[in-house]
Design a protein around this ligand. Structure first.
Ligand code: NZQ
Ligand code: ZN
Length: 394
């Protein structure tokens, strides 16, 4: 076994109409003024924002608002949020949305905690956070897992530089998860979300460093559950049970549970994808699906027992042929699943055809972001990044 730490301080309030409790939850945190932070128009259109405002007013909690968070959230709006929150004396950030809104909220919260420093220094890994203002979440999209995770990912407007920063300070104080709120999602976003949840689990599963049987069992059950329910939602997007399964899986997939004792996360596909979505503004989940098969074939021989286990236990591949054949069939089955839910399995499926120069730029940015190397299934460096981008570029 490997030693590990597991820290998940987020209070989860799960189920139908739980958003009505948000005023009380903010009150419990001792907030005196809230920044209500949200995205484009979905939360206003669905009536969710009205319900949240009403819940805050019912508790007599003053708030100011900042909407407009874009997918792949931008640093410029984070700066705006920090300034607004400082002027207004905000001491709590309430994120109403998906991963982008939550991540933007976390970045504003870091900025408020160190008001004389540039918050980008954290994402640029020039310094470490020593505190963070409190963040609460009303989740509208099951995907990024930011509602319980320690990380946030922000894109610098100039140059499309997308960087993540992780620290336990930023784990949300509470996460309100009403699966019904995800019913207004376009099918594409639901599929992107399911892919991201799967990928957070796979990034922890594919390691050559060891395993805990229980952790692996949780990961495999989570993967099977999300895949089954993603297919149900393709046919029946209003299926409440399927929405609930996916939402809970999303939170557990990225709060650390599925990696306890595995000896180190991989996260290479994620880091390669962050450069793609930073440069080309594609949806994160779709970017992951486009790269994963190429990454898997590239690293497979260094992590064969895990790929075989995945093929047998998750993808239900028959135990026939060599370990390598079983592993390859498992990878193809995963890609087949992505195709079934409308996700791409190559870069062309994102509407892109990368030039050699673009691949070099992506690899440069990835190398800078990861500090040289990344990966637990196989340690990858810049030449490997180039090869994987090339393999996926069809
Ligand atoms: O802006 P609105 O109008 O709200 O529309 C959003 C957005 O266009 C829409 N949407 C959200 N909830 C909806 C809805 N539309 C209808 N009904 C609803 N209930 O969905 C679109 C995408 O939203 P976004 O928040 O960008 O998606 P997601 O949750 O997938 O977040 C993606 C971001 O999270 C980062 C990604 O890199 C990306 O920037 N990640 C964050 C992580 C973390 N903090 O732990 C980990 C992840 O691996 C990931 O990197
Ligand atoms: Zn992700």
């Amino acid at each position: 076994m490997n030693n590990f730490q597991y820290y998940t301080p987020t209070k989860v309030v799960f189920g139908k109409e739980t958003e009505y409790q948000v005023g009380k939850l903010v009150r419990e945190q001792g907030a005196t003024k809230v920044l209500l932070h949200y995205g484009g128009s979905s939360a206003e259109r669905s009536g969710l924002l009205t319900r949240v405002r009403t819940a805050l007013q019912a508790e007599q909690i003053p708030f100011v608002e900042l909407g407009g968070v874009q997918p792949n959230p931008r640093l410029s709006l984070v700066y705006k949020g920090i300034e607004l929150a400082k002027e207004e004396g905000v001491d709590f950030i309430l994120a109403v949305g998906g991963g982008s809104v939550i991540d933007s909220s976390k970045a504003i919260a870091y900025g408020l905690a160190a008001p004389d420093r540039d918050v980008w220094e954290l994402y640029d890994h020039k310094r470490k956070a020593t505190s963070c203002y409190p963040v609460g979440v009303v989740l509208t999209l099951s995907a990024a897992g930011s509602e319980m995770s320690n990380s946030s990912v922000i894109t610098k407007d100039e140059g499309g530089i997308k960087r993540g920063y992780s620290s336990d300070y930023a784990r949300p104080r509470f996460a309100v998860m009403d699966p019904i709120l995800t019913m207004t999602l376009p099918d594409y976003q639901t599929a992107c979300g399911c892919t991201d949840i799967i990928m957070h689990t796979l990034e922890r599963y594919f390691t050559s460093k060891g395993n805990l049987e229980l952790t692996d069992g949780i990961a495999e059950a989570l993967l099977r559950t999300v895949m089954k329910n993603a297919l149900i939602l393709r046919e029946d997007p209003q299926n409440e049970e399927a929405r609930a399964e996916v939402m809970w899986a999303g939170a557990l997939s990225h709060n650390g549970l599925t990696g306890c004792g595995n000896g180190g996360d991989d996260f290479a596909t994620h880091r390669l994808e962050h450069e793609l979505s930073g440069m080309f503004d594609v949806a994160h989940g779709a970017g992951l699906a486009a790269l994963w098969g190429s990454w898997a074939r590239y690293v497979m021989s260094d992590c064969l027992p895990r790929f075989k286990k995945f093929a047998l236990n998750v993808m239900n591949v028959p135990a026939k042929g060599s370990d390598e054949e079983i592993a390859l069939t498992g990878i193809a089955a995963m890609e087949n699943f992505f195709t079934q839910i409308g996700m791409p399995v190559s870069v062309s499926g994102l509407g892109l055809d990368l030039t050699d120069e673009q691949i070099e730029e992506l690899a440069d940015k990835c190398e800078a972001a990861v500090g040289g190397s990344i990966g637990a299934a196989k340690k990858l460096t810049r030449p490997d990044f180039v090869k994987i981008y090339q393999m996926a570029n069809f």
